[in-house]
Design a protein around this ligand. Structure first.
Ligand code: SAM
Ligand code: SF4
Length: 445
């Protein structure tokens, strides 16, 4: 028997890409490939790329250095590049990396399958799945990392015009997936043992608005429909845009048992002037009022966010405003980014770019504030009991288990439970990112 041919997928970027990689892996498995332990052992190397900031571009370039060496060693190996960088650089990719065999944009995974399935024959080298051909990949086979957790894509693309962001130009206009299809997938996943769902879209709160009049609906209805599926214990979603967070979604969050007490609510900047330049279409006061409404409706709510420092024209006073909003909200977690100019975006053309050292200073200052607040918020949980979905063992101590609370905080704890189990944990300690504790059943025993 011929030895099984192997693939290796390297994923960069967001959860949307991680989910696409599950489909890429599932598709390759269905073509008879097996997963290799390392790129060196693979005949098909897939890179699912990100280009949201310069850093992922640089990481990708480093990986391409290795891929070139592997291709020299084994000229029959296939190098495939997919995702947002591939789409953004479609004109130049093959010039930059002549050893790449095939490239495909986000949302065009079936093209990869066709190409590899045909052994690379019949389709010219470099065939792209072009923007018009994008489709939801829900019908493709799926190779999930964990049997009890799943991502479900509710929309693709984005209709916003945030001045710094490359996403609309690489992922296209927003297209909502039909509600019946989403609920059918959720039902199937629940039957397969999935207990926690994360609904994915660039702006989940505008989901449904582009559907045909007879199907037109809104995200709160979708949360309710997913909540009604038996077996689903936890529902999360990412990301909502503050401008589209309306009452029906807040009500659904408050009323649906499975919807977790956690919202990732990107702020980007606390300065209304900068928010305007970013074209976010809300100001700091409107954002803070939304936070109040959310907390009134969902008392134990945890809030996460994304913040960019050093957007063109950001002054010290603007940055102080960001710190003020961060203090006022009291986030449980935050992803903090240095503004990175992206070719083709509006902000990249602005003259008043902020010097690198100022950006770095602001980031450091922001991270200090975010960590202090998150540590205080987590310390408040000490002495309480949290419901934890067990994900595996601790990454640093195999004797301990690791999981997440409904509020999306990682917990490392002493206990006896299998991955996928929901257990109560007594919280005994906290850092800015992690809680420590002991499983309640063990405390009681
Ligand atoms: N659609 C989601 C949203 O609006 O929140 C996610 C967009 S993006 C994948 C995730 C985060 O990357 C954004 O919220 C923003 O903070 C950050 N980001 C996007 N473009 C950036 C840029 N040019 N420089 C720095 N950070 C950026
Ligand atoms: Fe980018 Fe703004 Fe769309 Fe998010 S909402 S993907 S930040 S353009």
């Amino acid at each position: 028997m011929a030895p099984m041919r192997r693939y290796f997928v390297t994923t960069f970027g967001c959860q949307m890409n991680a989910h696409d990689s599950e489909r890429i892996k599932g598709t390759l498995e269905s073509l008879g490939f097996g997963e290799a332990a390392a790129p060196e052992d693979a005949e098909v190397l897939v890179f699912n790329t990100c280009t949201i900031r310069e850093k992922p571009d640089q990481r990708f370039a480093a990986h391409m250095g290795n891929a070139k060496v592997l291709k020299q060693r084994n000229p029959d190996a296939i190098v495939a590049v997919g995702g947002c960088y591939a789409e953004a650089q479609r004109e130049r990719l093959f010039e930059l990396y002549p050893f790449v065999d095939v490239a495909f944009g986000p949302g065009t995974i079936p093209h990869l399958a066709n190409w590899i399935g045909a052994n690379g024959e019949g389709i010219a080298r470099g065939a792209f799945g072009i923007a018009e051909e994008r489709s939801f990949s829900a019908e493709l086979p799926l190779q999930r990392e964990r049997r009890f957790q799943a991502w479900v894509q509710v929309s693709m693309g984005c209709n916003s015009k945030c001045a710094y962001c490359i996403v609309p130009s690489v992922r296209g206009r927003e297209v909502s997936r039909r509600p019946g299809e989403i609920v059918a997938e959720v039902t199937r996943l629940a039957e397969e043992g999935v207990r926690e769902l994360t609904l994915l879209g660039q702006n989940v709160n505008s989901w449904g608005r582009d559907l045909l009049p007879g199907l037109r609906t809104e995200f709160g209805e979708l949360l309710r429909a997913c909540d009604a599926v038996e077996g689903i214990e936890r529902i999360r979603f990412t990301s909502p845009h503050p401008k589209d967070f309306r009452e029906p979604v807040i009500a659904a969050m408050a009323e649906c048992r499975a919807v977790c007490e956690h919202v990732h609510l990107p702020l980007q900047s606390g300065s209304s002037r900068i928010l305007k330049a970013m074209r976010r279409t809300y100001d700091a006061d409107r954002y803070l009022r939304l936070v109040d409404r959310l907390r009134d409706a969902i008392p134990d709510l945890a809030l996460g966010t994304d913040i960019i420092v050093g957007f063109p024209g950001e002054t010290d006073a603007d940055f102080e405003e960001t710190l003020r909003v961060v203090e006022a909200v009291g986030y449980d977690s935050a992803f903090t980014f240095i503004y990175s100019p992206r070719r083709g975006t509006e902000a990249a053309e602005l003259e008043a770019q902020v010097p690198d050292e100022v950006k770095h200073e602001r980031l450091e200052q922001l991270v200090d504030v975010v960590q202090r607040i998150a540590a205080d918020r987590n310390a408040e949980r000490i002495g309480g009991v949290e419901e934890v979905l067990v994900e595996g063992t601790s990454r640093t101590d195999e004797a301990l288990l690791r999981g997440r609370t409904r509020r999306n905080t990682t917990v490392v704890f002493a206990g006896e439970a299998r991955p996928g189990a929901l257990v109560d944990v007594h919280v005994e300690g906290a850092t800015s990112t992690t809680l420590r504790g002991t499983q309640a059943a063990l405390v009681a025993a």
